[in-house]
Design a protein around this ligand. Structure first.
Ligand code: ATP
Length: 221
């Protein structure tokens, strides 16, 4: 998958500003403060947003997408999983995520975390390029790390592009793309991402602490 010279405007406001990158392998984390353009970028890639400039080269047949926000239809879970033009191999993920006992329930009656897990299982089952917008929101600690472990196990067969707000996720991805005001200000390995740049991105003093090969990020008051 490749995006080249992408520019998206809403009215006069440039929301995506000359973004170019290629995805070849592993798990890529799209990071950035509220309103920096993450969702718009993902929606541009999947063809839901009109591009003002640039191009996206992606095999839509191989792509699956889990949105950050979603409707809560009154449908059985298995109907949600099989909805749409794609038919996927959900069973494996339904079991892994402990959703098998919920399959006959109505989606609208699930907890917010359970709904999120259903959409993740759907995305994992449907595509080889899995794009997930804020997959960890609503998830408890254990489920978040289950998803992280599943992505890590699957990364030889699938490509992942995800967004998240938790800086700790940086530890578990192969690549970080950091956005500020619709521009990429960092694209590289997690270990090389400095607290100065993160502080600049979020306009907030963040300190990085390295411990046992992991990075922790704390606010500096
Ligand atoms: N349809 C739209 N019309 C006008 N402005 C929009 C539209 N969609 C998004 N925006 C604006 O574009 C900017 C980027 O929004 P986007 O949702 O892509 O950010 P984000 O990085 O995903 O934010 P968050 O972390 O809060 O979800 C924001 O300023 C938002 O208000």
């Amino acid at each position: 998958m490749m995006v080249k010279g992408l520019r998206v405007k809403f009215g006069n406001k440039i929301v995506i500003d000359n973004i170019t990158f290629e995805l070849k392998e592993g798990v890529t984390l799209l990071l950035g403060p509220n309103g920096s353009g993450k969702t718009t970028l993902l929606r541009s890639i999947i063809g839901m947003v009109k591009l003002d400039e640039g191009e996206v080269s992606v095999d839509l047949e191989k792509l699956s997408y889990s949105p950050s926000e979603f409707f809560s239809p009154s449908m059985k879970i298995w109907e949600v999983l099989t909805a749409g033009r794609k038919r996927g191999n959900y069973d494996r993920y339904v079991k892994l995520l402990g959703l098998d006992k919920l399959m006959q329930r109505d989606f609208s009656t699930l907890s917010s975390g359970e709904k999120r897990l259903v959409l993740i299982a759907k995305a994992l089952g449907e595509g080889n390029l899995v794009i997930m917008d804020e997959p960890f929101s609503n998830l408890d600690f254990a489920n978040k790390f289950k998803i992280i472990a599943i992505m890590s196990q699957l990364k030889n067969e699938k490509l992942f592009l995800i967004t998240a707000h938790e800086l700790e996720v940086i530890n578990y991805v192969d690549r970080v793309i950091l956005l500020k005001n619709g521009r990429i200000i960092y694209d590289g390995k997690p270990k090389d991402l400095s607290d100065e740049l993160l502080s600049f991105a979020y306009n907030y003093k963040i300190k990085r602490v390295d411990l046992n090969g992991k990075f922790f990020f704390t606010p500096e008051f």
